[in-house]
Design a protein around this ligand. Structure first.
Ligand code: HAM
Length: 424
C-alpha cells in the first residue's frame, strides 16, 4: 500500500516559482526604495522570548491574546514565533547598543511572520512582511517620508483602487482624557455594541472605533473624535504631517477612526487599504511608537515604522492582472547531440555560467528539435549547438533564436563571442 503523503500545515503554503516571481519583485521594489533612502538591513531571530511581545505589542491586543504561536522549549522557556517585527527590532536596538549609533537608526527587513489567525484568502498563519523602522527621530518629516515610501511603491507597481488612510492617535498626555470621553460615550450606548466590543470596550475602548460590525460603525459615527482632542504637541505634529502630504501631492484620506491593532502606537498612524479582498483590506500599515523604546527598558526615544503585507500585495497584483517585467530564464541554451558533444556541451555550459551569462542546457535530452523548442520557451537569445560533427571538429554553431541565423565558431571562442554579442 502506498504511504500517506504529507501536506502543509493549515494556514501555511508553498511559494512556488510562479509565486516567488511576484514576491521577489515586490520585495526588490521596497528594498531598493529603502536603500536609496539610506536604510540598512536587519534580520532578527524568527522566535523570541514570549514576554517581548506581551510587553511590546500589548497584553490586550488580538495578536497577544489570540494569535501567537507560543510554546515551551526543552528547557521550559516560553518562546513565541515572531508575529511582527517592531518589538524585536526595538529589542535589538537596545541589546546591540544602537542607541550609541548616529541617530536616527534606519533599518529595513523582509521577513516571514507568524499569527494563529483563522486562515482565508489574504490571511495566512505564515506570511511575509517588508518593514522599516526609524528609531531616534521626532521629526514629522520622517513620518511623511515613510508614508510616502509605503505608498509610492504600490503606485509605481500600478495597483488600482487603493487608498491611504491617515490619523493621529495622540500620546500619553492627551489620550487618557480622550479615552475617558470615549468610554463615557460607549457606556451610555453599551446596549448597541457588538459582543466583542462590549468586552474590549473596558480594556481598550479605542478598538471599538475601527470595529467592522455595522452596529458599532453606526454608533461610532457620533463618537467624540480624537484629533479634536489632541494636545498642542500632537496637534502641531499632525498638522505638519498633513501639510507635507498635501505638498508632496500624496493622496490621503483623513480617517479619524483609524487606531491600528497594536498598543505601541502614538501620534501618526496610517494604513493602505484596497477595496477588494473583503475584510482583509489592509495591504500595510504603521505609525509612530514614541514610547516603545522606554517600555522595553531603554531611555525615551521616539520612533516610527511600517510593514507591508507582501502576500496581500501579490494577490492584488494577480487579481488586477498586473504583469511583471519580462524575465529571461536563460540568455543562452546549450544544445548537444551524442556522448562527445555532451561532454563538450557540459564544459561550455559551466564556462558560460561562470562568466555571468544565464545559461541552461539540454544535458539530459537527445533530440535537437526538442532542445531548440525548450530554448525558445525559456526566451533564450542564442542557442549553441554541438552535434557529432562539431564535437569532432572542435567547433559549435551559434544560432540567434529570433532570426534563425547561424554561424560556426571554434569552441574555445564561443564564450568570448557570446559575451560580445549579448553586450551589443
Ligand atoms: P500590522 O498591521 O499588524 O502591523 O501588519 C502589517 C501588514 O501585514 C498588514 O497590513 C497586512 O497586510 C499584513 N498581515 C498581517 N497579518 C497577516 C496575515 N495573517 N496574513 C497575511 N498578511 C498579514 C505590524 O505588523 C507592525 N509591526 C507594523 C509597524 C512597523 N508599525 C511600526 N513599525
Amino acid at each position: 500500500m502506498a504511504k500517506k503523503t504529507f501536506q502543509t500545515v493549515r494556514g501555511t503554503r508553498d511559494l512556488l516559482p510562479k509565486d516567488n516571481k511576484y514576491f521577489d519583485f515586490i520585495f526588490d521594489q521596497y528594498v531598493s526604495e529603502a536603500k536609496n533612502a539610506g536604510f540598512s538591513k536587519i534580520e532578527t531571530p524568527m522566535f523570541e522570548d514570549t514576554n517581548l511581545f506581551v510587553r511590546g505589542v500589548g497584553r490586550e491586543t488580538d495578536i497577544v491574546e489570540k494569535e501567537m504561536y507560543t510554546f515551551k522549549d526543552k528547557s521550559g522557556n516560553s518562546i513565541t514565533l515572531r508575529p511582527e517585527g517592531t518589538a524585536p527590532i526595538v529589542r535589538a536596538y537596545l541589546e546591540d547598543g544602537m542607541q550609541a549609533w548616529p541617530q536616527p537608526v534606519s533599518l529595513y527587513y523582509s521577513s516571514p511572520m507568524f499569527r494563529y489567525d483563522r486562515p482565508q484568502a489574504g490571511r495566512y498563519r505564515e506570511f511575509y512582511q517588508f518593514g522599516v523602522e526609524v528609531i531616534g527621530s521626532m521629526s514629522p518629516l520622517i513620518d511623511v517620508s515613510l508614508i510616502s515610501m509605503s505608498w509610492r511603491v504600490l503606485e509605481k507597481i500600478g495597483l488600482k483602487d487603493i487608498t491611504l488612510q491617515v490619523n493621529s492617535i495622540g500620546c500619553p498626555s492627551c489620550r487618557p482624557k480622550y479615552r475617558r470621553m470615549l468610554s463615557a460615550y460607549i457606556t451610555d450606548n453599551a446596549k448597541k455594541l457588538c459582543k466583542n466590543c462590549l468586552k474590549r470596550s473596558k480594556t481598550n475602548p479605542l478598538r471599538v472605533l475601527d470595529c467592522k460590525e455595522k452596529v458599532c460603525r453606526l454608533l461610532m459615527e457620533d463618537a467624540p473624535i480624537l484629533i479634536n482632542n489632541l494636545c498642542t504637541e500632537c496637534h502641531n505634529h499632525f498638522k505638519e504631517v498633513l501639510e507635507w502630504l498635501d505638498d508632496l501631492e500624496i493622496p490621503y484620506e483623513l480617517n479619524t477612526k483609524l487606531v491600528r491593532g497594536l498598543d505601541y502606537y502614538t501620534k501618526t498612524v496610517f494604513e493602505i487599504w484596497t477595496k477588494s479582498q473583503g475584510a482583509q483590506n489592509s495591504l500595510g500599515g504603521g505609525g509612530r511608537y514614541d514610547e516603545l523604546v522606554e517600555t522595553m527598558g531603554g531611555k525615551a526615544t521616539p520612533a516610527i515604522g511600517f510593514a507591508m503585507g507582501i502576500d496581500r500585495i501579490v494577490e492584488l497584483m494577480k487579481e488586477q492582472e498586473i504583469q511583471l517585467p519580462e524575465e529571461r530564464l536563460a540568455e543562452v541554451y546549450v544544445v548537444q547531440l551524442g556522448d562527445e558533444a555532451k561532454k563538450k556541451g557540459f564544459k561550455l555550459l559551466n564556462e558560460l555560467q561562470k562568466s555571468g551569462i544565464r545559461t541552461q542546457g539540454g544535458l539530459d535530452k537527445d533530440g535537437i528539435s526538442e532542445q531548440l523548442k525548450i530554448a525558445s520557451n525559456l526566451g533564450a537569445v542564442y542557442s549553441v549547438i554541438i552535434g557529432q560533427k562539431e564535437a569532432m571538429s572542435g567547433t559549435a554553431i551559434i544560432k540567434e533564436m529570433s532570426s534563425g541565423n547561424q554561424e560556426v565558431v571554434a569552441i574555445e571562442k564561443v564564450v568570448k563571442e557570446l559575451i560580445k554579442r549579448l553586450k551589443d
